[in-house]
Design a binder for this molecule. Structure first.
Ligand SMILES: Cc1cc2nc3c(=O)[nH]c(=O)nc-3n(C[C@H](O)[C@H](O)[C@H](O)COP(=O)(O)OP(=O)(O)OC[C@H]3O[C@@H](n4cnc5c(N)ncnc54)[C@H](O)[C@@H]3O)c2cc1C
Length: 396
């Protein structure tokens, strides 16, 4: 079956896809967004933490319907039990609200529809259509039927497992040291401090951390991320989380309401995000924060930037790589330094012993830090323990 022609077809209806769809459609482009799952936002594969500031930046007004919990701040807990608390305004992109992504993702898709975008669910992209070497749309399977969707530009918003970039010749392959494997339960009947998002660092989660993100007074997303290169056997990530839960008095009587596994990239950004008639947004573009593994905020930012550029490209009827480069440039201006710096910091952090984590968290707890950033944290540690940060000096 051949559908009508669009200016832009977006593969994936996560936050990155919906934000792209909204801004491109608002600017006058004929937009179709397809989603392989039958329900947008479900199943959730996310800890669901995001800051208020991140939503403000992309013009999303908080709505009680998709906010599960609002927190006062973050607690960072070291292996030896030192705790550093920081308020939500200073704590970074993942702290402030814990979402109901199943509703949040739908709300963003509904905004895109209101702006004029069309949506198809249970529609999985299977390849690109090329004519005379040029990308002119996608092949897809819609409710079991093969279809062809013609479009002047294809957007890969297809998340961590993205294929669109690869189909279009954009290299988004990741090294095992740049992938974090995650496992999470939504645990209920627990006795956690629901005013804080908690991050537990050290060898309990090799190369990553354990998180407790409140979803209510006795319920939380309790998850773990472990660097792929540090995993010794299949199933180890779940085992590590189960061990942690069974030893934690607040959590050990908890019962799961669901569990999810997934992966996030913790890499520097790839060399190229656009080609003729093709661009990548969100996790597909490998723009997750390499330290926190958080990607909702960056997905929304990249979607907004891409949508605006696509609307202009549509006015000019120019979807060449040169024209789409305006998107890549604005995204790099906004995120590239941070992604590189945090990736370099991650490379060092994964080498630290529990003893050093204890010293760092203890120092932060005693001295405090104005705003969570790699640079600020290092400055505080340098003043007390210059010997600890010799190797990090270049990041200050
Ligand atoms: C366990 C876990 C916990 C996390 N916790 C947090 C957190 O607390 N805070 C945070 O900020 N980030 C977190 N993240 C990361 C966050 O979930 C992602 O960064 C975010 O969802 C990226 O949005 P996206 O739109 O780029 O991709 P996604 O949300 O992954 O959306 C991609 C969409 O594309 C669809 N799709 C894929 N292939 C096709 C295809 N061929 N055809 C059609 N549709 C397709 C998928 O079904 C999906 O709906 C976590 C990730 C994991 C795995």
């Amino acid at each position: 079956m051949q559908l009508k022609e669009y200016d832009v077809v977006i593969v994936g209806a996560g936050p990155a896809g919906s934000m792209t769809a909204k801004y491109a459609a608002e600017g006058g482009a004929r937009v179709l967004m397809i989603e392989k799952r039958q329900e947008i936002g479900s199943p959730v594969r996310c800890g669901e933490g995001i800051s208020r500031a991140s939503l403000e930046e992309v013009g999303i007004r908080p709505d009680k319907r998709w906010i599960a919990a609002e927190v006062e701040g973050a607690k960072i807990v070291s292996p030896g039990g030192y705790i550093f608390r920081i308020n939500e305004r200073m704590a970074g992109n993942e702290v402030g609200m814990v979402l109901e992504r199943v509703l949040f993702d739908k709300a963003l898709a509904a905004e895109a529809a209101r702006a004029g975008a069309e949506i198809m669910v249970k529609t999985s992209a299977t390849g690109l259509i090329r004519e005379d070497g040029k990308i002119t749309g996608i092949r897809a399977v819609h409710h079991g039927e093969s279809i062809r969707i013609k479009a002047k530009c294809v957007v890969g918003a297809d998340g961590f497992e993205s294929q669109v970039g690869r189909w279009g010749g954009l290299d988004t392959t990741l090294k095992p040291n740049d992938i974090t494997s995650c496992f999470q339960y939504r645990l209920t009947n627990i006795d956690h401090d629901y005013r804080y998002c908690e991050f537990i660092v050290g060898s309990l989660a090799p190369g990553g951390y354990i998180w407790i993100f409140p979803k209510g007074e006795d319920t939380a997303n309790v998850g773990i991320g472990v660097l792929l290169s540090k995993i010794k056997y299949p199933g180890q990530v779940k085992d590590l989380l189960d061990q942690f839960i069974s030893r934690d008095d607040r959590l050990k009587d908890g019962q799961p309401l669901d569990c999810v596994s997934g992966a996030v990239s913790v890499s520097p950004p790839p060399d190229k995000l656009v080609a003729d008639s093709l661009l990548l947004v969100g996790d597909a573009a490998r723009i997750i924060d390499p330290i926190t593994g958080g990607g909702i905020a960056h997905a929304c930012i990249s979607g907004m930037m891409a949508g605006k550029v696509l609307a202009e490209a549509c006015q000019e009827q120019d979807f060449s790589e040169n024209r789409l480069m305006a998107y890549e440039e604005s995204l790099r201006d906004r995120l590239e330094n941070k992604l590189w710096r945090n990736w370099m910091a991650k490379e060092k952090l994964i080498t630290l012993s529990d003893e050093i984590f204890d010293k760092i968290v203890k120092t932060l707890a005693e001295v405090g830090v104005e705003k969570m950033s790699v640079g600020n944290i290092l400055k505080v540690i340098k003043a007390r323990h210059p010997e600890l940060i010799k190797e990090f000096e270049e990041l200050i």
